[in-house]
Design a protein around this ligand. Structure first.
Ligand code: PEP
Ligand code: CO
Length: 452
């Protein structure tokens, strides 16, 4: 790989001049070209103006006036694709947002890991079982998880399929969030039956009833609630890890209003902890698009590297442009987060600070299941709020992997999932997710951290 050229001007393909980590080895160059040609002509999924609107909401988060809830699957699946599963994911995120807004009194910016979250970085390029070694599963945008040669073969047509599934998913999300389902008068409806019967579900019901009462009170006072847009629609944004760069490049389009370039595959995209090299292709790509961009910050990232990432991705210091998603693990955050906060503060960079309490707390159970303990997740979050309070920075949000379903993938929580329960309903395509009850419980705890 040649060393990164100095004088390269950014364009949607300039990342190709830099080393790109975590890219599949596409077996057929011609097939890749065909998929790229197709993706270069498809309509954008989102518009530049929407991305700018999200940037302005995230600026409120950076300035301590709002809170970011970013949540969804670890990896979306081509197999689990239905109106019900999209609706149930939206339900739990809306419920969490209500819990946070009501209990902590701050506006919540809602961003899904959805409608495009189809690609996964892997710690090893291959997986071995017995004497058989195959390419690792990299998400349905690339290959399939079945341990068979044909399934694991990267197929660029999957990028086109990922685009199409993203388009249908986003279409339904737009219908749900703008067409009445997300109306505040529907707040009871978001509580699924298996959640409503639990303690956290009942706590939610009480808030929902108070919201109902408040709405009736305002109507009785003569307010025309029908005319209040904010009560009937929600802004719900989509995001994913910008990992497979040919896909992102092909969906990057110039905004005719401003002449700026936007990655129209999502409102927001992020760079993963394995692809945040300063002289790497992912950072190059992200530096030139005008969307709000996230960057994961894990235990191997030094304070000076974080500052350099801020300079590289957000040289104009636009609030809302950059979200730093810290993910150290419950046992490391107390040591690693404070120097990073101080270094970025000292340089005066405006960032959204958010906590991913999932990816630093994964381990393999005795039964061979990848899992996470609810208590570790909570402990990293508690530390996140404490450290920010000590340093004087705003703990701007949480980034979690969840599902609306009643899965058994993460241990603990109020319903006490034990290691022996993991096999019961373990359906994730990649990492273990919080189920709907654990997610709602988490939202109430985070609201308490925020309030204190
Ligand atoms: C993820 O968010 O799914 C992920 C792979 O995270 P990280 O890059 O922080 O490991
Ligand atoms: Co994950």
């Amino acid at each position: 790989m040649p060393s990164p050229p100095d004088a390269i001007e950014w364009n949607a393909a300039s990342w190709r001049q830099y080393p790109a980590a975590q890219q599949p080895e596409w077996p057929e160059a011609e097939a890749l070209k065909r998929a790229e040609a197709r993706l270069s002509t498809v309509p954008p999924l989102v518009f530049a103006g929407e991305a700018r609107h999200l940037t302005s909401q995230l600026a409120d988060v950076a300035n301590g006036r709002a809170f970011l809830l970013q949540a969804g699957d670890c990896a979306e699946s081509f197999a689990d694709f239905s109106a019900d599963s999209i609706r149930d994911k939206l339900k739990i995120i809306l419920q969490m947002a209500v819990a946070l807004t009501y209990a902590a009194g701050v506006p919540v910016v809602k961003v899904g890991r959805i409608a495009g979250q189809f690609a996964k970085p892997r710690s090893s390029g291959t997986e071995q079982i017995g004497d058989v070694e195959l390419p690792s599963f990299r998400g349905h945008m690339v290959n399939d998880e079945a341990f068979e040669p044909e399934a694991r073969r990267p197929d660029p047509e999957r990028m086109v399929a990922a685009y199409q599934q993203s388009a249908s998913t986003l279409n339904l999300l737009r219908a749900f969030t703008k067409g009445g389902f997300a109306d505040l008068s529907q707040v009871h409806l978001w509580n699924q039956q298996f959640v409503a019967s639990s303690a956290e579900g009942q706590r939610y019901e009480r808030i929902a009833s108070e919201i109902d009462r408040a709405l009736r009170f305002m109507a009785a006072c003569g307010f025309d609630l029908g005319a209040e847009e904010e009560l009937h629609h929600v802004d719900f944004w989509i995001s994913h890890e910008a990992l497979i760069l040919p896909y992102e490049e092909c969906l990057t389009r110039m905004d005719s209003l401003t002449g700026d370039w936007y990655d129209c595959s999502a409102h927001m995209v992020w760079i993963g902890d394995r692809t945040r090299q300063l002289d790497g292709a992912h950072v190059e790509f992200a530096s030139g698009i005008r969307n709000p961009v996230g960057c994961k910050v894990g235990p191997t990232c030094s304070p000076s590297e974080v500052v350099a990432l801020c300079e590289r991705i957000n040289p104009d210091r636009l609030a809302g442009r950059l979200t730093l998603i810290t993910r150290f693990g419950a046992d490391k955050i107390d040591d690693l987060l404070p120097p990073i906060l101080r270094a970025v503060e000292a340089e005066g960079h405006p960032v959204v600070w958010t906590c991913d309490p999932m990816h630093g707390n994964t381990f393999t159970s005795d039964g061979g299941r990848k899992t996470r303990r609810f208590d570790d997740i909570l402990s990293e979050l508690r530390s996140f709020f404490n450290v920010h309070r000590d340093v004087g920075t705003w703990p701007g949000g949480v980034h979690v992997e969840l599902t609306g379903d009643d899965v058994t993938e993460c241990l603990g929580g109020a319903e006490e999932i034990f290691e022996g329960d993991l096999d019961a309903r373990y359906t994730t395509t990649c990492d273990p997710r919080l189920n709907a009850r654990q997610s709602l419980d988490l939202a109430f705890r985070v609201a308490e951290f925020l309030r204190s």
